[in-house]
Write a protein of this length. Structure first.
Length: 226
């Protein structure tokens, strides 16, 4: 049985002038054509801005690359789904019968989209200041737990140290393709490690940048598997 949305709203500390917006934020496209996809699109952009601003202020000496990696660690699908589960958001979602039967209320993508849709709904209802304040409270614990100690290191170094700490073979990087004119080439690289059967791919304007991109994706995959 789907729980009453007002119960979730109160748990999240939210008050809506237009309650219909909150209900729409919890409505998956499998349930109705009046669903949360547009609000999720809006919330995704707002979340990126609010977290970027918070990181910029919290880490005044961090480089653009470090700030980007920190932001990615907070606003990715897995991180958002974790926050959604903390508040049992899945129990309040309006899903079609097919999604209910397949366990859609537990799926990371559906949970993270709904959380971003709530952000979009709050912005529509009360503007950016109220939205920013709520997002900062929602992410307060995650923001507090961040440290620059590891994030100052580039992804290849992080991945190498991760494998070394476990006495495993170092990551293997192989060039898959190299295309484009000499002054604007694109490199595609594959990264494999002995710890996982999956490979990760990265692209960049140099082989080094492509390897860094592949290593970053492998780190994200390792985090998901933990």
């Amino acid at each position: 049985m789907i729980k009453n949305a007002d119960e979730l709203r109160k748990k999240l500390g939210l008050v809506f002038k237009d309650p219909a917006l909150f209900k729409t934020a919890l409505t998956h496209r499998s349930f109705s054509s009046q669903n949360n996809e547009r609000l999720e699109f809006l919330g995704d952009s707002i979340l990126g801005f609010v977290i970027a601003k918070a990181l910029y202020n919290h880490f005044p000496d961090a480089s653009e690359g470090v700030l980007s990696r920190l932001r990615a660690s907070l606003v990715n699908e897995s991180s958002l789904a974790e926050l959604a589960r903390k508040h049992n958001l899945g129990e309040y979602l309006l899903l079609g019968s097919g999604e209910l039967k397949s366990g859609g209320f537990r799926r990371d993508s559906i949970l993270s989209d709904a959380l971003e849709a709530i952000m979009g709904a709050l912005y529509k209802d009360q503007g950016i200041d109220a939205c920013q304040e709520w997002i900062e409270k929602l992410f307060a614990e995650k923001l507090k737990g961040l440290s620059l100690e590891n994030w100052q290191k580039d992804p290849k170094t992080q991945l190498q140290e991760y494998m070394q700490a476990r006495r495993l073979d170092l990551p293997d990087y192989s060039l898959i393709t190299m295309s484009g004119l000499a002054h604007e080439q694109t490199f595609k690289v594959k990264c494999t490690i002995s710890l996982l059967p999956e490979s990760c791919f990265g692209a960049g304007v140099s082989r080094k940048k492509a390897e860094q991109a592949a290593a970053e994706k492998m780190l994200e995959l390792l985090k998901e598997k933990q």
